[in-house]
Design a protein around this ligand. Structure first.
Ligand code: AMP
Length: 398
């Protein structure tokens, strides 16, 4: 990577501002899933080991314009204390006198967590004065380890970098950039992209960008039906984005012209209603009844996609193949998860992003076999879509 990373920094005796992603789910003031906190531990441990004085900042949820105890980072700080096995101080505001005093009281290896940066509307406005106030809490060194926020030009991600001497990537950031960056710039081939989920509109840039880079694309989920309709096939009551049909036609024509392997489902698991107990049957995509909807890919499609996955050396997957939250329509997604895991065991590199596909690999028990599970759904989609992430761009060049 051509950007400074935490490994390059001399942190002894210095207050280092680390932007982490502690946007964790809470219930009754307790963290219910600490994955995001755990993911950043290697960076925090390295900063501690280097003798830095850690000032941690994050957002949590979407508080509206001011402090809201519901979105306090205090439970996350408590969880961090447990995970690190050492005391963690807490400042009840991310800027101002208390935060300054507490940051100055830190000794080498000490940790301070600041309250939710989104309690100040200036955070999302990337406000200069606010960024400067944040930067005043460190001694010229900033580390970004919040990959999930790297696509946001916010004060604690981008603004602050103007007011420090060194802005470096943390270890989690470095790993995300290494995996996804290699897939989009220099993939080991064949490279297969698997895209699913509800909407085409969320993934157009990814489809278009990956068509330039990948060797094959497998489409599933609700978004498949907009493409099937664009091909003139009956889709019954399936999810469709009418205003994207023309675009879908253009993508299909492009794929044909370039001889690009763009695979759509050949059969679907269908039901009359979007309900877990709606009676499911399997039909070829050419035979979809008008009063039913497609809720998963069918067995022929699973077999065809599996064959493609088995041949791949790089696999990027974002979005479920069906309504996997309902057991009757989960098979496609779970089978694809297993196929991706098997290919990985056989030597392929697999990258999975997006909350639902990540949940699916956990559900099918194969998460450990995946090469890289991205922590940032939105950020990974923008990266795969060929966009530069503002958080990465703002880091100091080596
Ligand atoms: P996304 O957030 O765009 O990745 O979409 C994920 C959602 O798409 C999940 O909640 C799935 O239940 C839903 N989904 C997947 N396949 C279908 C389908 N065929 N019809 C309707 N919704 C679907």
């Amino acid at each position: 990577m051509n950007k400074l990373t935490i490994q390059d920094l001399d942190l002894r005796g210095k207050r280092v501002f680390i932007r982490v992603d502690f946007n964790v789910p809470l219930k009754d003031g307790v963290v219910t899933d600490d994955t995001r906190i755990r993911e950043t531990l290697p960076t925090l441990r390295m900063a501690i080991q280097k003798g830095g004085r850690l000032v941690l900042a994050s957002h949590l949820g979407r508080p509206k314009g001011g402090p809201d105890p519901k979105y306090s980072l205090k439970p996350a700080a408590k969880k961090l204390e447990e995970l690190l096995g050492k005391p963690v101080a807490f400042a009840s505001d991310c800027v101002g006198a208390e935060a300054e005093a507490k940051s100055k009281a830190l000794k080498d290896g000490d940790v301070l967590v600041l309250e939710n940066v989104r309690f100040h509307p200036e955070e999302e406005k990337n406000d200069e004065a606010f960024s400067k106030q944040l930067a005043a809490l460190c001694d010229g060194v900033f580390v970004l380890d919040a990959f999930g926020s790297a696509h946001r030009a916010h004060a604690s991600v981008v603004g602050i970098t103007k007011f420090v001497k060194q802005a470096a990537a943390g270890l989690l950031m470095e790993k995300e950039i290494a995996y996804i960056g290699k897939a989009v710039s220099n993939p080991t081939r064949p490279f297969t992209a698997i895209l699913g989920g509800a909407k085409v509109s969320d993934k157009i840039e990814v489809v278009e960008n990956l068509m330039k880079i990948a060797d094959a694309m497998l489409i599933g989920g609700g978004m498949a039906y907009t493409f099937l309709k664009a091909k003139g096939l009956p889709i019954g009551k399936s999810l469709v984005e009418e205003d994207k049909i023309e675009l879908a036609k253009k993508i299909l024509a492009d794929a044909k012209q370039k001889n690009f392997k763009f695979l759509l489902p050949s059969d679907s698991v269908i039901a009359p209603e979007f309900k877990a107990d709606s009676p499911a049957t399997i039909v070829d995509v050419s035979a979809m009844p008008a009063d039913q909807m497609g809720l998963d890919i069918g067995p022929k499609t699973i077999a065809a996609y599996k064959a493609e996955i088995a041949k791949s050396e790089t696999i990027v997957w974002n979005g479920p193949m069906g309504v996997f939250e309902m057991p009757a329509f989960a098979k496609g997604t779970l089978e694809i998860a297993k196929a991706v895991a098997a290919a990985t065991t056989g030597g392929a590199i697999s990258i999975i992003g997006g909350g639902d596909s990540v949940a699916a690999v956990h559900q099918s028990g194969v998460a450990k076999q995946i090469s890289h599970i991205s922590t940032g759904g939105g950020a990974s989609l923008e990266f795969l879509g060929g966009r530069k992430l503002p958080g990465v761009e703002a880091l100091t060049n080596k």
